[in-house]
Write a protein that binds this ligand. Structure first.
Ligand SMILES: [Zn+2]
Length: 425
């Protein structure tokens, strides 16, 4: 049996006291800005245009003098100065690998020991030397497969580079190779486990899987509970991007994702560009001290909530409580942010609701928010229910909307929680 409580990877850095952490962060930010300025032409241009010299960045708060570099603009930035838009600090021939993300945009991987830094995430999720791990992330073009693969090798695991799809074969592999660890999406893990169950093997009875690290999609607690209770699998989630690698990982407490010490993270109010205080929604902006791809204020487009409350696990790093959506899904209604998670919250808080969708329109200079509601039982529609939905939505969004009950067949663009029909010409 693998002792999953043993050891604590890189414990010195992850448990720094506050003052020491502040010092280390300050030094890292200074060094990164200086290094990027000296080696990455795009970083230098951005700072020159803003009239900022590296020595003007003395503390992390000084970073705000430097404009954001938006992930959403990468495609254009790279086209303007191929292949990396002047953001890379070394020529392509000095890189270990180059990946291609949709767009296309190119993602460099350096030759340093751990470019993507996922070892801590695996360790915190209980992965140990001796685990046999099925990696179901893609190994083609995208960095996902290899970035996890290499971290697993470094902590002493054996990897099955399974990639995406082939459910039947993968379920068979899970059994025959006595796989103990899984990395991939939560939904594919459930697909595999259900396939395994169908063919008659369960936890302790042909199924050896114990730990899982999931990423890439929302991970509801109900799903985590099913993995544990039905299949005996402890699952933890992590968050990262193709440009940056690890941005957060859950510990055994599993209440938010610890921000790794190796990066500096800011939370920015997407409307004003000001810092978003802990506990409020902000865009994840990262400064990355990487020798190949040093990023200064790289805006990921992901919205999250940061907590600085201490975690019972002993790590002193802040945590991203959860991802709440993408910046481009956020809509401003009457000057207030509305984001997809709020629509989900409404549907969860009012038991009669099967699904909800907000539709924003404009009459003259007024925004209107219509809440299109599909009920579990259409007969439940009543004035009292309408009043309760309006009140609940107001508590969540601080906005007053109108309620319209619709049938499932009337839902337009079902994958969207918010539809914005306003014209701005
Ligand atoms: Zn923790």
């Amino acid at each position: 049996m693998i002792d999953r409580k043993k050891g604590f990877y890189d414990e010195v850095r992850e448990t720094m006291p506050a003052a020491e952490r502040a010092r280390a962060t300050r030094d890292m930010v200074r060094e990164t800005v200086l290094y990027a300025y000296e080696h990455a032409p795009a970083a230098r241009r951005k700072m020159d245009e803003a009239g900022v010299r590296p020595e003007n960045v003395k503390v992390p708060a000084d970073l705000r003098k430097i404009p954001l570099t938006r992930k959403a603009d990468l495609k254009h930035i790279q086209k303007g100065e191929p292949p990396f838009g002047g953001l890379a600090a070394v020529p392509p021939r000095a890189m270990r690998r180059i990946y291609v993300s949709p767009g296309p945009t190119f993602d460099p991987e350096g030759r340093d020991e751990s470019h993507w830094r996922w070892e801590k995430a695996f360790f915190a999720a209980g992965f140990r030397e001796g685990d046999i791990v099925q990696n179901t992330f893609s190994y083609h073009l995208s960095p996902a497969g290899l970035m996890f693969d290499e971290a697993l090798l470094r902590i002493g695991c054996t990897v099955i580079p399974a990639g995406v799809g082939n459910t039947e074969l993968q379920a068979q592999v899970l059994k025959e190779l006595k796989v103990t660890g899984y990395v991939g999406t939560a939904s594919f893990l459930m697909t595999l486990l259900e396939k395994a169950k169908e063919t008659g093997y369960t936890s302790g009875n042909g199924l050896s899987l114990q730990v899982a690290l999931v990423a890439g999609e929302m991970f509801p607690e109900s799903l985590r509970a099913r993995f544990r209770d039905e299949f005996g699998v402890e699952a933890r989630q992590c968050y990262g991007t193709a440009d940056v690698g690890s941005l957060g990982y859950e510990c055994h407490v599993a209440k938010g994702m610890h921000v790794p010490d190796e990066i500096f993270l800011e939370m920015i109010d997407p409307a004003t560009g000001d810092p978003a205080p802990p506990g409020t929604i902000g865009e994840v902006v990262v400064t990355l001290p990487n020798r190949t791809y040093p990023l200064v204020r790289f805006a990921t487009g992901d919205l999250s909530i940061l907590s600085e409350d201490p975690c019972p696990c002993g790590r002193t790093s802040p945590r991203l409580l959860r991802l709440v959506g993408r910046v481009d899904q956020v809509t401003k209604v009457k000057g207030m942010f509305v984001h997809p998670e709020q629509v989900t919250q409404l549907a969860e808080k009012v038991a009669e609701i099967s699904s909800a969708q907000f539709v924003v329109t404009r009459t003259e200079h007024d925004d209107n928010m219509e809440m299109r509601i599909v009920l579990k039982n259409p007969a439940a529609a009543s004035d009292a229910l309408i009043a309760r939905i309006i009140e609940t939505a107001r508590a969540i969004t601080r906005l007053r909307g109108e309620v319209r009950f619709i049938a499932t067949t009337e839902v337009e663009e079902p994958d969207k929680k918010i539809i914005d029909l306003r014209k701005w010409d």
